[in-house]
Design a binder for this molecule. Structure first.
Ligand code: NAD
Length: 355
């Protein structure tokens, strides 16, 4: 099959890591008989330098006309003095909203070979390791509600609003993801206090009726925050609101201990998704062959799974990454005693070779 991928390398280590992800994608194409066509386009600081704005209309067009978007990272000290909407990071919010991406998918997987990086006691993971996906609602809730202050500036308010439709579509996305995994969804809310959580829970239960194979449970957010560090193995897919998801996805990913390993996807109702590593543009190591490309390579695996429905190919990338780690190869950020230090380029080559 043929697929069009918009490639936004961005700033800092963005071009270094995206190059490796494209290499891996090309190898997948060769091995499995697919053709990937890349449309390179600018966003973030690179776009500010070229045309004076972080998200040019042309970039949006290229992304909209593609089957998915691969993004490296944006931002850096060079553009730090610019105001809110002019900053490189504004490109991310702009892209997500223009492409209608309302679901943020953040897996947190602890690879056996990297167990030492996990800040939790090893016995807490004995039950079944750590392989969680946090599904965070991305375009609604308290981050997008009405906000303000009274005239004297003595009180301030932020409004938390969810419509049934907003809840329904993120719930459907979460159940669909769970169907491709261990078929368990934990919906996280604050049902005992918030009216919006009561609506949330009733809609989630309604959606669950269409997925009889899925085991659903509900958890209060305060309990979920505790359970993540006390019994993390119980979770498969965590479904939650924008703000709770913001917090819980960072908590879940920090249990893995390695920022250079974490992929993410933002998806919506069409097949078009945005795939990017969780980390930033790491300007301190840009262009030095030091960046860990695995988060970006694993983001490409998510692209194959969620946008292109190529399960075997996605599994192949994840297995190749596991093999490389089991072989003792590490970039500097995940290096430990007795392991072999490799650069960005070599890490990409190793994954491609192990496919
Ligand atoms: P960062 O994630 O870029 O870096 C934090 C630390 O982790 C640095 O020491 C860096 O060297 C290291 N690191 C990050 N990714 C790595 C990788 N793949 N391999 C090896 N080491 C890695 O976060 P920051 O320093 O807070 O932000 C730098 C810039 O990135 C800022 O301009 C920020 O706004 C931007 N940023 C962009 C995104 C994005 O594009 N999605 C996300 C977060 C931050």
């Amino acid at each position: 099959m043929d697929f069009k991928v918009a490639v936004v390398a961005g700033d800092g280590i963005g071009p270094d890591i995206v190059k490796q992800a494209v290499k891996v994608l090309d190898t997948v194409g060769d091995k499995f008989g697919h053709q990937f066509e890349y449309n390179y386009t600018l966003a973030g600081g690179a776009a500010i330098d070229a045309v004076g704005e972080p998200l040019p209309e042309e970039t949006l067009q290229v992304c909209k006309e593609s089957d998915s978007v691969l993004l490296g990272a944006v931002g850096g000290p060079k553009w730090d003095d610019l105001g809110g909407n002019q900053r490189p990071e504004a490109a991310l919010l702009g892209l997500r909203s223009a492409l209608g991406l309302y679901a943020n998918v953040r897996p947190a997987v602890l690879h056996d070979a990297l167990k030492d990086a996990c800040p939790l006691k090893p016995e807490l993971l004995e039950e079944g390791g750590l392989d969680i996906v946090v599904m965070r609602e991305l375009t609604g809730g308290i981050y997008f509600g009405e906000r303000g202050r009274n005239e004297e500036g003595e009180t301030a308010f932020d409004t938390l609003v969810y419509s049934k439709e907003e809840v329904r579509r993120i719930a459907v996305a979460a159940f669909d993801v769970a169907m491709k995994r261990n078929k368990k969804v934990t919906s996280v809310d604050k049902h005992n206090i918030l009216e919006s959580s009561r609506l949330w829970r009733s809609v989630v239960e309604e959606v669950a009726k269409d997925y009889p194979e899925i085991q659903l449970n509900h958890m209060y957010v305060d309990n979920a925050a505790m359970q993540l560090v006390s019994r993390p193995s119980q979770f498969d897919v965590i479904l939650t609101t924008n703000m709770f998801g913001d917090i819980l996805s960072d908590e879940a990913s920090m249990i893995t201990g390695s920022i250079g390993m974490l992929p993410s996807a933002s998806i919506g109702s069409s097949k078009l998704g945005l795939y990017e590593p969780v980390h930033g543009s790491a300007p301190d190591i840009a262009g030095q062959d030091k960046a860990n490309p695995l988060a970006t390579i694993l983001s490409v695996a998510m692209m194959l799974r969620y946008s292109f429905n190529l399960q075997k190919e996605a599994d192949a990338i994840e297995e190749a990454v596991t093999k490389v780690l089991d072989g003792g190869f590490r970039t500097g950020d995940i290096l430990s005693n007795g392991m072999k230090l490799v650069g960005t380029e070599e890490m990409g080559d190793l994954v491609a070779k192990n496919l």
